[in-house]
Write a protein of this length. Structure first.
Length: 255
């Protein structure tokens, strides 16, 4: 296909139908995916690779967290704006990979790393932003929000680490025995616990409903609300994931 004649529909037609079922409410209301098709065109014309866009999105996530944690209100607003820009770039790298037919498992890993950076830094940045406001909410001392933000970030990463470790061990077991242990975990064809986990993560995670609150947070000092929310969301998710995979490991060992 001629790179001089790249169109919106050329890029849109590369998007797999099954991925449309995992779009968060934020993405359904705000046309992030459609905007990404438009933004992808100049990147393609400049011959920017999917890998380079992923690196750009990682940088964007780090700057977003640093600026949100800044005591300067203007920088905080810039940081909040960078979060949806990161989300947009997170779509663009996939668009480029599919259009150029350079999609790979390692490309998916790079894309995931970009997301991990945002999920790791955003909660603690919000905790610092809550501390910077220098107010007491729900009777909680401002230092408490630093702890809640840190625990939210740790819980999120630990939850993902547990999931990835179980997936790695299951893959090794499958290669050794030929038996697929965890049913219902096929990508885009999830069932049971995996479908529920994916649905909750998409709708209630950082690029889901909380994004609407983040947009107005700098103007109404709502960082504390997001910090408490992410603390409750990620710690409860960690508990559920830990119990589920411990039970699965114990059940498989007994077979």
């Amino acid at each position: 296909m001629n790179m001089e004649k790249i169109t919106y529909h050329d890029i849109k037609n590369t998007f797999p139908e099954e991925k449309k079922t995992v779009e968060a409410i934020y993405g359904r209301i705000i046309p992030v995916r459609k905007l990404s098709y438009i933004v992808t065109i100049p990147f393609l014309k400049l011959n920017v690779s999917a890998f380079q866009v992923s690196i750009l999105s990682i940088l964007c996530s780090v700057l977003a967290a640093v600026f949100i944690a800044s005591p300067n209100r203007f920088l905080t607003i810039i940081g909040v704006i960078l979060v949806p820009i990161w989300h947009l770039l997170d779509c663009v790298d996939g668009n480029i990979a599919r259009y150029k037919k350079t999609s790979s498992f390692y490309g998916e890993a790079v894309d995931a790393i970009s997301g991990y950076y945002m999920y790791a830094f955003l909660p603690i940045a919000l905790g610092i932003a809550s501390y910077n406001v220098d107010s007491s909410y729900f009777g909680l001392d401002k230092h408490t929000f630093l702890i809640l933000g840190g625990l939210a970030s740790i819980s999120n990463l630990l939850m993902r680490l547990i999931h990835q470790k179980y997936a790695f061990v299951s893959q090794k077991q499958e290669q050794k025995t030929g038996m697929h242990i965890d049913k219902g975990d096929e990508q885009y064809h999830l069932t049971g616990f995996h479908k529920f986990r994916k649905m909750v993560g998409v709708e209630l995670g950082p690029v889901g409903a909380p994004m609407f609150v983040l947009w107005i947070a700098p103007f109404f000092d709502l960082y504390y609300l997001l910090t408490i929310y992410y603390f409750l969301f990620f710690t409860s998710s960690l508990i559920v994931v830990t119990i589920y995979y411990l039970k699965k490991c114990n059940m498989v060992d007994r077979q």
